[in-house]
Unconditional design. Structure first.
Length: 335
């Protein structure tokens, strides 16, 4: 039976044949597993539809490891956008993070839908949007779609969503009420909290371990008012390095470095810093600095990233200067 067009996926599902669920570039765990759950939902609504997951620029190593546990057909980067009748972008945040698939989605003539939890500034690409900025993960938004449609969640899908929520909420450290309700609901649907924790733990990747250690070795300490910032420069694994610096005790962490002809930076802050300052790293720092440098940026209140045409040193200084301005205190290097 066809779904009403005012409900996800906003097209008649009876004759639906080809669908692409598109993640952001370098898809993380939340993006891939949310796409996995959306794919399962679409197949339940339209059993004859073929659904591909798209991970522009491939996925992160942790996401690829979990993709082996939750396998799904992933479209090749060279695939034509014209083959699809429906695009569902998930956890994208900024259209530039769609990579080469931005052009394919624009030119394909298909219906485009966004499922996200990031603050969205450009929505012209999408015909419909389902965005909840209060959610700590895209997986929470996907869980709510299942609930709105009254579609039961299969145990394997419930497990995938639970892993995604734990990942993006820092093992529930920054989880809001909707995340906690979703976790309880997913456990009732058959997911295991212990299994989710084990899946996220995984075996350490050698390259990531080396990057984390180099990040600690090269770190600079900067004091901004009562807050301690740690920043470091590495060539890869920027997000794990920034998380590692935060785990060392910093209130704010920035890991920056040149990658594939551009400068990339990951920013992290403690929940204590955000609660006290209300400085949203995605909109007030990464988004601003990324745009100034001819790139783009965005993310969450306590976890963000940006891409820039500026040098790594320039990006570091601009991020530090922006945070200093927002805190209204000078940035002082600690020797």
């Amino acid at each position: 039976m066809a779904r009403p067009r005012d409900r996800f996926p906003f097209v008649e599902t009876e004759g639906l044949r080809r669908v692409a669920v598109v993640c952001h570039r370098n898809a993380d765990i939340d993006a891939y597993l949310s796409a996995y759950a959306l794919s399962a939902l679409i197949r339940q609504l339209s059993p004859r539809a073929e659904v591909d997951i798209v991970t522009p620029g491939k996925a992160t190593l942790p996401a690829r490891r979990l993709a082996r546990i939750f396998p799904h057909r992933v479209a090749d980067e060279s695939a034509s956008g014209a083959n699809y009748e429906l695009f569902v972008a998930v956890d994208v945040g900024h259209t530039e993070l769609l990579g080469t698939w931005l052009g394919k989605m624009k030119g394909g003539g298909a219906v485009t839908v966004l499922v996200d939890h990031h603050p969205i500034r450009r929505t012209a690409l999408y015909d419909r949007t389902i965005v909840d900025t209060k959610a700590t993960s895209a997986a929470e938004v996907v869980y709510s779609i299942y609930g709105i449609l009254g579609i039961p969640i299969k145990r394997r899908v419930a497990q995938a969503l639970l892993v995604a929520i734990l990942f993006d909420s820092q093992h529930l450290a920054i989880a809001g009420p909707s995340a906690l309700k979703a976790v309880v609901g997913l456990i009732e649907d058959g997911a295991s909290l212990d299994k989710a924790r084990i899946m996220l733990r995984g075996e350490p990747d050698y390259g990531e371990v080396i990057a984390r250690l180099k990040g600690a070795q090269r770190l600079e300490i900067i004091r901004i008012g009562p807050w301690v910032m740690a920043r470091s420069r590495v060539g890869s694994f920027h997000a794990p390095v920034a998380r590692g610096l935060l785990n060392l005790g910093a209130d704010i962490a920035i890991a920056t470095g040149p990658t594939e002809g551009e400068t990339r930076s990951s920013l992290r802050s403690s929940a204590r810093f955000f609660d006290a300052t209300k400085i949203h790293l995605g909109t007030k720092v990464a988004g601003v600095v990324g745009k100034e440098g001819g790139g783009y940026g965005g993310g969450h209140s306590t976890a963000a990233s940006l891409t820039s045409n500026l040098t790594a040193e320039e990006v570091e200084e601009r991020c530090t200067s922006e945070i200093s301005r927002l805190v209204k205190a000078p940035a002082v290097h600690v020797r």
